[in-house]
Write a protein that binds this ligand. Structure first.
Ligand SMILES: [Ca+2]
Ligand SMILES: [Ca+2]
Length: 83
């Protein structure tokens, strides 16, 4: 029987927006991280999320294996999210 241990860390900016999230997973409980994921968020001056990056390091060797990005554009004149 193995124990899976998950460690999470959060970093917020001055506006209390989550700007960085780290998740480390030790799948077999040997205190060596086996799986790491980070999420980086960037906000504009209004606190709108404009850029979102997820990086997955499957074997936690420091080399990112997969990456997702999402960019949002906002119509500043209307203040609404452009779909
Ligand atoms: Ca491990
Ligand atoms: Ca890797």
């Amino acid at each position: 029987m193995s124990t899976s241990i998950k460690t999470e860390a959060y970093i917020y900016d001055e506006q209390r927006n989550l700007v960085y999230y780290l998740e480390e997973q030790d799948n077999d409980g040997d205190n060596i991280v086996d799986d790491r994921q980070t999420e980086t968020s960037t906000y504009d001056g209004q606190g709108n999320l404009v850029y979102y990056l997820i990086e997955q390091d499957d074997n936690a060797d420091g080399v990112v294996d997969s990456r997702w990005t999402e960019s949002n554009t906002y119509n500043l004149a209307w203040g609404h999210k452009k779909l």
